[in-house]
Design a protein around this ligand. Structure first.
Ligand SMILES: Nc1nc2c(c(=O)[nH]1)N[C@H]1C(S)=C(S)[C@@H](COP(=O)(O)O)O[C@H]1N2
Ligand SMILES: [Mo]
Length: 477
């Protein structure tokens, strides 16, 4: 650079002088701007110079050299086929994930909310409805099933673009550096979301902190990078998809499999190997992998005959297994609930306006009972078919407590305080006539592991908010 980047010092001119202070401030501002611009320009020039020098040295041997990548089917068309599937699938996973998050009613306070610092990221939250009663079963079932099913497509997509990870020189210009950084966030983000999600579903609780928090914030970081990436690449993807016909590829055999023409992204190999697999084979293999995962996963949420095929499901594979004829998530013993909590001394406390009401289980059993057929649907993706619950309506209990218009209820279990030991439900959930404090299910008393002496069951509620072993309800307006 020729000068030091500072603008020439100002001189008094002939025109009317601005007030001394103002002129001084303006001058300082101009100087600061010029200095910043000069610094940026200098840094960019530095990056270019280093990149030029690195670019002049030959790439280190191995994956940094274009000859290393030799698959003749790698190229923009194949990348775009996998990309198109993800372009449709990932927004669906994102939306169902965000819906499932809203289903926790996180705005009802820290008991429900695993991400208290979400700030603007909670902009879309709404009162989670109780209709249709299978809503959460659907949203979370789709979220988990689709996530698992798309794993082969994701891996294939990453395989198809892997030469780009080893571009040489690693950074050419500042813009190129920023683009690569955004791809790092994109790829890192998608791997992070899939890994945390699958670990949670498979019950490997190895997270440094709360799964919800990590998965939720990770989702926003990832989706931002995804939107930018999809926006930038959409045109290129459409052109690549038009460059070959899918039907044509599905008819092409190995002998006629040729590389695509060279592409600016460098996906197409410069020194292709003889093909060992057709594009039809690659797409078919990925599709078969996805189909297999779908078959061994979907049954855990769909149920029926498919349940037995849900080989990947850690829960709920055997139809009708468990006490009362359905799956248990955590047993009483696992969360420290003992007969001291739920034996003869157990009482239900109902608070609202006025003094607390206290009931024994016998007293509750002779009150007016109602029935509701509702599933348990867990965040882990599994759900039960509808079970026949019976017990007291939450809305009736609110009226008994003197708050017939209660707008929320704090539900507390006898379980030692910790995750899932208590929850807050909102007004629409209290006043749905199918929302129960259940004492019985499928014609028998609740088993201990399903929440004896009493548990909450609410339509469309995430499983985790259907608190078991309840001993206190505090209604509020
Ligand atoms: N007190 C308490 N209630 C709880 C839980 C818990 O750990 N403690 N687990 C929740 C979760 S995560 C689910 S999916 C459902 C499962 O109910 P089930 O075990 O009767 O099938 O209970 C919910 N209620
Ligand atoms: Mo759950």
């Amino acid at each position: 650079m020729g000068d030091d980047g500072r603008p020439p010092a100002s001189r008094a001119s002939g025109g009317p002088k601005p007030p001394a202070d103002e002129g001084h401030a303006r001058e300082r501002l101009r100087r600061a701007r010029a200095t910043t611009a000069a610094l940026i320009e200098r840094a960019a020039a530095g990056v270019r110079a280093v990149a030029r020098r690195v670019g002049q040295t030959p790439p280190p041997p191995g994956p940094f050299r274009p000859e290393f990548w030799r698959s003749p089917i790698r190229g923009p068309w194949l990348t775009s086929v996998f990309g198109l599937v993800l372009l449709i699938g990932i927004p669906l996973i994102f939306i169902t994930g965000m819906l499932s998050y809203a289903a926790y009613n996180p705005d009802l306070g820290p008991l429900n909310d695993q991400t208290p610092d979400k700030g603007v990221l909670g902009f879309y939250l709404f009162d989670w409805p109780t209709h249709p009663y299978w809503l959460y079963r659907l949203t979370q079932g789709v979220h988990v099933t689709l996530g698992v099913t798309l794993v082969p497509v994701l891996l294939a997509k990453l395989w198809s673009v892997i030469p780009k990870l080893f571009e040489w020189p690693p950074v050419r210009t500042v813009a190129h550096g920023l683009e690569r950084l955004s791809l790092l966030i994109l790829v890192g983000g998608v791997i992070f979301e899939f890994v945390t999600g699958i670990f949670n579903v498979q019950l490997f609780y190895v997270f440094p902190g709360s799964f919800y928090t990590l998965h939720f914030y990770g989702a926003w970081v990832f989706i931002a990078a995804f939107v930018v990436h999809a926006g930038i690449r959409l045109g290129r993807m459409r052109r690549a998809l038009r460059s070959r016909s899918l039907a044509g590829e599905l008819r092409t055999d190995l002998a006629h499999t040729r590389p695509e023409p060279p592409d600016p992204d460098g996906l197409v190999p410069t020194a292709p190997q003889a093909p060992t697999m057709t594009r039809r084979g690659a797409v078919g293999m990925v599709g078969a992998g996805s189909l297999l995962l779908l078959v061994v996963t979907a049954g855990q949420s769909i149920g029926g005959r498919l349940r037995e095929s849900a080989l990947l499901a850690p829960h709920n594979r055997v139809p009708g297994s468990g006490p009362n004829g359905f799956q248990i998530n955590k047993t009483a013993a696992a969360v420290g609930v003992t007969s001291a909590h739920i034996g003869r001394d157990w009482r239900l406390h109902v608070l609202g306006r006025g003094p607390a009401l206290v009931f024994t289980r016998e007293q509750l059993l002779v009150m007016r009972h109602h029935n509701a057929a509702l599933p348990i649907a867990c965040v882990e993706g599994w759900s039960t078919p509808d079970q026949r619950w019976s017990g007291l309506r939450l809305t009736d209990l609110a009226a008994l407590a003197g708050l017939p218009n209660a707008s929320s209820v704090l539900v507390e279990s006898v379980q030692p305080p910790g995750p899932y030991s208590s929850v807050v439900l909102r007004g629409n959930q209290i006043h749905d006539p199918r929302s129960l404090l259940a004492l019985r299910v499928n014609g028998a008393d609740l088993s201990i592991d399903h929440g004896y002496p009493a548990r909450v069951i609410v339509p469309a509620n995430p499983g985790v908010n259907n608190t078991k072993w309840v001993h206190r309800l505090t209604f509020r307006t």
